[in-house]
Design a protein around this ligand. Sequence first.
Ligand SMILES: [Zn+2]
Length: 134
Amino acid sequence: MFLISSLTLHVLLSRRWAFSCQCLTEIHIAVQQLDEVGREVKLWSHIGSGHYVSVSSGFRRVDFRKWFQLRDQKDPKPTRKGIALNLDQWVRMRKIVEAINNDHPFIAAALPCYMQDGHLTFGCCQCYPFLKLA
Ligand SMILES: [Zn+2]
């Protein structure tokens, strides 16, 4: 029983990792654009489940944050669960992510849920964590 639970957890974490790694390049580009004069930067990217990353002009931060949705409200709201990395911290984190991927090829090769065979996009809580209220 523990083995199955551990394996299931490992697969879920690998997929979450892969989901997050898919947007590293777009975060990197957005961070570089922060230094371009007159460039408006507004990246808001889903990294799985209720987690999003954002990079915006005027804030020299990469913000990783969990969002939630109240039952009766259409728009999700940010929680206090998250971290806003300054750009030096972001560079260090990118290097750590690269080192993890280099040292653990099994994790680096994991595919996000939406790239798995038989993925049911609209039933997936990783891809669609929030209800769409009319
Ligand atoms: Zn999915």
